[in-house]
Design a protein around this ligand. Sequence first.
Ligand code: IPE
Ligand code: MG
Length: 228
Amino acid sequence: MDGNGRWARARGLPRAAGHRAGVETLRRTVRAAGEMDIKWLTIYAFSSENWSRPKSEVSDLMGLLKLFIRRDLAELHQNGVRVRIVGSREGLEPDIAALLVEAESLTADNTNMNLVVAFNYGSRDEILRAARAIAMDARAGRLDPDTLTADDFAARLDTAGMPDPDLIIRTSGEQRLSNFLLWQAAYAEFVFVPCHWPDFGPDDLAAAIHVFAERDRRFGRVAQEAVS
Ligand code: IPE
Ligand code: MG
């Protein structure tokens, strides 16, 4: 979800107005994804690097997250959406930490759709935390480094048990991953759309999925027609 600030600037509005419009887009995107029967939707809400933004913007973003959970959790639950949070929980304000736990526990048994919120998330941080946990287990004799597999490693990531993303969409024309799901995106398809996040609509989501459907995913193998 990129481009809230530029969207606001283009309208002579404060950045906070862009973030508020972005939350509206998030609501309609989750609804649209549900209608399209998408089972997993991950949103990059706040990165571990976003703390270095001006204090007032960080507090605007925190306020919006709290508002989103308080205002939308009931509807998400009603629609059978399971909410999960990935990212570090270390050092979060107690009220935010409590809301994250509440969102996860209230919706834990829902199966219609999974909404994964990457919050205080940074992929390097996630990988480092996993590596540290593995090293601790090895040191304690609970794990043999010689037999460690990629699946064992993935099981220590915040996304343990979740499928890797098939499609990653980034709005606002930027073409980079910015520390998002580095491990999990190994074979993801990328679609970069020029519009800023507040302008992203269900039609843009459908168009991105259409582009995705046309891609030839080989996962390191050769194309089907090349096999004789
Ligand atoms: C995304 O928009 C907001 C989040 C942190 C989720 P930006 O705030 O990055 O907007 P630009 O990039 O400044 O336009
Ligand atoms: Mg940005």
